[in-house]
Ligand binder design. Structure first.
Ligand code: MN
Length: 200
């Protein structure tokens, strides 16, 4: 099913679901999920997705996340994805949107760290404002990160930056040293081979 259709369906469900649930006004204790999906498309990149208000807000990060606060990693906003895409691994066939192999490089939960005058700002609002702070609890990636929208490229260029905290580490380079999926423990190549073999 094309992503646009599933999201449309999702939105319909969401509006339906919204009625009985009170608005949570960005409860800080609320933890939601995040994922970095490594995607071997025409250009290899990492799709960073944050669960926000029932969808996966998404950015393509060509170099993946850094644990060094001195690094600024380009992050380009992409389409919202439906929540159930969060643990997708496999091969998207040629000719389809996002064709190529995908693995779940890291997955976990995050906490909203956006505050103004002591009050929590919702993730949706922070994204709208172009300045988003969150604490990630993944297997490879932990600690505070900030996503900031720059004035370059007509809102299309954001930066993903590690914050200075106890999880900051200038010596680690997990993108290179821990390349495999945290779910299947396989590499992109192994997933692609496995799918090829299953076909025959
Ligand atoms: Mn992608």
């Amino acid at each position: 099913m094309p992503v646009s259709n599933s999201l449309k369906e999702y939105r319909e469900k969401r509006n339906f679901k919204k009625t009985p649930e009170p608005n949570q006004n960005g409860n800080q204790e609320d933890s939601h999920r995040f994922v970095f999906q490594k995607h071997d498309a025409s250009h290899r990149h990492y799709d960073f997705r944050l669960e926000v208000e029932g969808v996966l807000k998404s950015w393509a990060v060509p170099k993946g996340p850094s644990t060094d606060p001195g690094d600024k990693r380009l992050a380009v906003p992409t389409e919202d994805h439906p929540l159930d895409y969060i643990d997708f691994e496999g091969v998207i066939p040629e000719g389809e949107y996002g064709a190529g192999t995908v693995i779940v490089w890291d997955i976990g939960t995050y906490k909203n760290m956006n505050k103004k005058d002591g009050k929590t700002i919702s993730m949706e609002q922070a994204i709208e404002d172009g300045h988003v702070k969150f604490w990630l609890e993944g297997e490879k990636i932990k600690g505070g990160y900030v996503l900031v929208r720059t004035k370059m490229g007509g809102d299309k260029k954001w930066l993903l930056i590690k914050m200075e905290d106890e999880e900051a580490n200038t010596n680690r380079n997990p993108v290179d040293t821990e390349p495999k999926s945290v779910l299947s423990r396989r590499s992109l190549e192994e997933i692609a081979d496995q799918m090829r073999n299953e076909k025959y």
